[in-house]
Design a protein around this ligand. Structure first.
Ligand SMILES: Cc1cc2nc3c(=O)[nH]c(=O)nc-3n(C[C@H](O)[C@H](O)[C@H](O)COP(=O)(O)OP(=O)(O)OC[C@H]3O[C@@H](n4cnc5c(N)ncnc54)[C@H](O)[C@@H]3O)c2cc1C
Length: 384
């Protein structure tokens, strides 16, 4: 059962996010679309505790819920998708340090994230030949006699990899071919010798979010920066992605809401235009369907978020929320462009930007195909 009433604290946090989205994030969204990293917007979000929403208050986080997080992220995404994805990955990384880290790690890495002393944090799972099949990653972590590790390998498509103050990096401590069980998680300091940024990806959307390849060439990571025991890296990654997928659903809904809002305002301003009755009804039916799909998607996101807050299993619910919300959002952005016709096509317009920004939400943190595999696998396992 989905409770549609957020607590006063959740509503308050979301209202703060909405206020910053309007006053700081939106005014820089066009510049971000042009490729500018949204530094000022991220600073403003950090000042309100919005870069570590679910992290413990004792370490500078807002100590709030997944529901508050998805609500806040949706508000920011409505204003600027690039800012929202940077905020999302930073929150996700901080949350994992809060969950799996010890007091020393939380103090050294989580507090600076939460207090905005780091521009961003990054999560490095994907590799050039390990995307959907993340358990096949090959980046190697070799343990030395003094307990420290040496990391060698490459990471691909890492959000904020060149901006982050810490990069949560999954690497193989087991033998090659040891699968998910041979992976450990490390908190890598990007200032360490051997860490370097490879190519900056040029993308059709999310241009203000920095996406880079990373090279780890003999990077030494002290034992105290291994996150949790050896061998739990894949669990850390999957825990992150359960919450992350639900958040990407919220992000996509925010992006599409902006497109729908722009369309409806445009149609409203042309209210006096004499249209054939059947044409008017076609437009009315379409915008009704678009709004309905977004509402349905939001309920799935909220349900997954509430299950997470209640510590209930939510892998399937997060996958359902992500696949439905991101595909609904893409549908809405495409329809908005069709209905806005020439005005919608303007490259710097909000509708065109939304369509370019929203597409990747069906790819990162697990493609739509991967979400369907996750859902079907669980259904079939429960049936046998
Ligand atoms: C803008 C952007 C930001 C990103 N940020 C990050 C980040 O911060 N950290 C990070 O670790 N990664 C990040 N990624 C990587 C992202 O998670 C991967 O791109 C994604 O997991 C897909 O992997 P891939 O691109 O290698 O595609 P592949 O895995 O090669 O998939 C190619 C196609 O095959 C399909 N496919 C794959 N396996 C199956 C299967 N078993 N059954 C059916 N179909 C299948 C996929 O759905 C897809 O359509 C980012 C990607 C982008 C584009």
């Amino acid at each position: 059962m989905v409770d549609l009433h957020p607590s006063a604290e959740e509503a308050g946090l979301s209202a703060r996010a909405a206020a910053i989205a309007r006053s700081v994030v939106l005014p820089q969204a066009a510049a971000a679309d042009g490729g500018a990293f949204p530094e000022a917007a991220l600073r403003a979000l950090a000042a309100e505790g919005l870069m570590a929403i679910k992290s413990p208050r004792a370490f500078g986080g807002a100590g709030s819920t997944q529901v508050a997080y998805v609500m806040a992220l949706r508000e920011v995404a409505t204003a600027c998708a690039s800012t929202a994805v940077t905020m999302a990955v930073t929150n996700m990384t901080g949350e994992m340090i809060g969950l799996f880290g010890d007091t020393d790690q939380r103090e050294r890495w989580l507090r600076p994230i939460a207090q905005g002393q780091m521009e961003a944090a990054a999560f490095a799972l994907s590799e050039p030949s390990a995307g959907s099949d993340a358990a096949s990653l090959v980046c190697k972590a070799t343990r030395r006699d003094d307990g420290s590790y040496v990391l060698d390998g490459q990471k691909a498509w890492i959000t904020s990899g060149d901006r982050a103050g810490v990069v949560l990096t999954m690497a193989r401590t087991g033998e090659p071919g040891s699968g998910a069980r041979g992976i450990s998680a490390f908190l890598v300091d990007p200032r360490a010798p051997g860490f370097s940024v490879l190519r900056h990806e040029s993308k059709m959307g999310l241009r203000g979010s920095s996406t880079v390849g990373l090279s780890l060439d003999g990077v030494v990571v002290p034992e105290r920066d291994r996150l949790g025991p050896e061998g739990i890296g894949f669990r850390v990654a999957m825990t992150a992605l359960d919450g992350g997928r639900c958040a990407i659903g919220a992000q996509a809904i925010g992006i599409a809401s902006a497109a729908l809002q722009t369309l409806v305002q445009g149609l409203g301003s042309r209210a006096g235009v004499d249209r054939a009755q059947n044409l008017q009804q076609m437009v009315d039916f379409r915008i009704a369907d678009m709004a309905t799909r977004l509402e349905a998607a939001w309920l799935l996101v909220l349900r997954a978020a509430q299950r997470k807050d209640a510590n209930l299993p939510m892998t399937r619910e997060a996958a359902m929320a992500k696949v439905f919300a991101t595909e609904a959002a893409h549908f809405v952005c495409q329809r908005a462009l069709e209905l806005a016709t020439a005005q919608g096509l303007q490259d710097d317009g909000r509708i065109a930007r939304a369509l370019r920004d929203v597409r990747v939400s069906r790819i990162y943190e697990g493609t739509s195909e991967v979400q369907r595999i996750v859902i079907a696998r669980e259904l079939l396992a429960n049936a046998s």
